[in-house]
Each structure stands twice: as structure tokens, then as C-alpha cells.
Write a protein that binds this ligand. Sequence first.
Ligand code: ZN
Ligand code: ZN
Length: 263
Amino acid sequence: MINQQHIKFDDEREHKLYEIWPGKNRFYLGGRIMIGPSTDFGPNFFTWGGLILLPIFFTISNGQQIWEANRLLFICTLLLAFLTLFFLFLTQFTDPGIIPRKNIFEIMNIQWETESAWPMCETCQIKKPPGSSHCKQCDNCILMFDHHCPFVNNCIGKRNYKYFALFLASLLMQGLSILISLNKINPEESNGLTDFLLIIVCFISAVIGVFCFFHLIVILSGSTTRQIIKHLEPTNSFDWIGRSQQLFNPTMIIATQQQAFDF
Ligand SMILES: [Zn+2]
Ligand SMILES: [Zn+2]
């Protein structure tokens, strides 16, 4: 089904591509920052809140004892906490590899090179390269679509998979580092917050450990999460180190006078 959306500008000012974007991604700072749909707010807030509170609880609960027992371990744990938040930021706030819709390519005056065997996306009216898929939550086609993650409020695709994998790896290492640190505490010096932290971090490390193992299989098999779940042939071209060119520029000026668009 084609989502028809009629847009007409009433003023004479310059309009940028992100202002008429037909998908559910949200743009901020004049189109310089892009995130996923607003429906992910709950899980995304939970992720940011939890990952900011984790090192704070760690420092408040037994920071003093751990600092005295092993300063390097304490510094490494906080460094890993910072890295986790940094990779979460990069995963969430970068373009995952959106393929713009046909009308946007036309506005940009760009020819989308395709092959006849590629399947058609009925919403975007473009042919999808192998491994690509239309994300229902974001309402955009994504290059090497892995999955949509509401916890990071973005799709995981060709352009941000590397950041997502590093986010999972640093979160697992942070969890293990906290567990090793808590193990160094004299049981008489532990408190209620120590026990709470121990249970929470054991749970997080187990869950993230499973995800890390799964994504190791994804990387080594050259496929995507979607291909593994749907038993599809792997594309064997998963470029998880490289970072392809962004296919659109949200800050590009598309109208300077009264103009109408149909999407
Ligand atoms: Zn599509
Ligand atoms: Zn998505």
C-alpha cells in the first residue's frame, strides 16, 4: 500500500528535506540529528536511565572499598560505563542506512541504481538490494536491515551495526567488570545496594551475553538477525567494519517557494 501524504508549504522560506520526511524517524537540530519513532520512548528511556544509574549505584554502593582494593579495576569499570553510553549514543543518533523513497530520490535528482532481480518495496516504490528490508516501525527501507531495536530507538542496519555490536560488547564487559569488583568487597562491608547491584548486574550480563553470542554468529555467518530468524539465505556481504555513504542529506534545501509534494 502506498502511503499518500500531501504536503504544501504556505510560506516562502527555505524548506529542508527532513521537514517533509515521510517516514516515522524524527529529526532535531535542523536535521543534523536523527532518531527513531516516538513509540520507542518507554524502552529507550529505560535503557538510558538504567545505563546512567548503573555506574552511579556502583560508585555509591562500594566505590570507596573497590578504589582501595584495585584502582585500575575501578577506573576500567567507569571507563566501560562511559564507552557503553558513547556507543549507545552513536547507535541511536546515526542513520542506520535508510534508502529514501522514490519521490525523495527524484527531488534529490539521484538515480537509484538497481538490478531487475531485486524485490520491490510497495511503500517506498524502490527496489531493495539483498539484505535490505522495510522497517514497519520507522516506515523506511534500510540497507542490510538487521532488526528494529526499541531500546536504542533506531533500526540496526548497515551504517550503525558496528556501533550496536560495540555497544553490546562494552555493556557486557562493564557488567563483568562490576561483578569482578563486587567480588573483591569484604562481605562485612557489603550493604543492601551491593546485593541489589549484584542481582541486577548478573541478570543484565546473562541477557547481554546471550545477545553478544548471537551477534557473533550473525557476524561470522555474514547474515543479519532477520535472515537468521526467517531462515533466509545469508547475503555473505555484511559490511560490519565499513560504513557506507549516507543516501540522503536531511539538511538539503528542497523548496524555497510555494511548492507541493505527494508522498
Ligand atoms: Zn520501503
Ligand atoms: Zn526501524
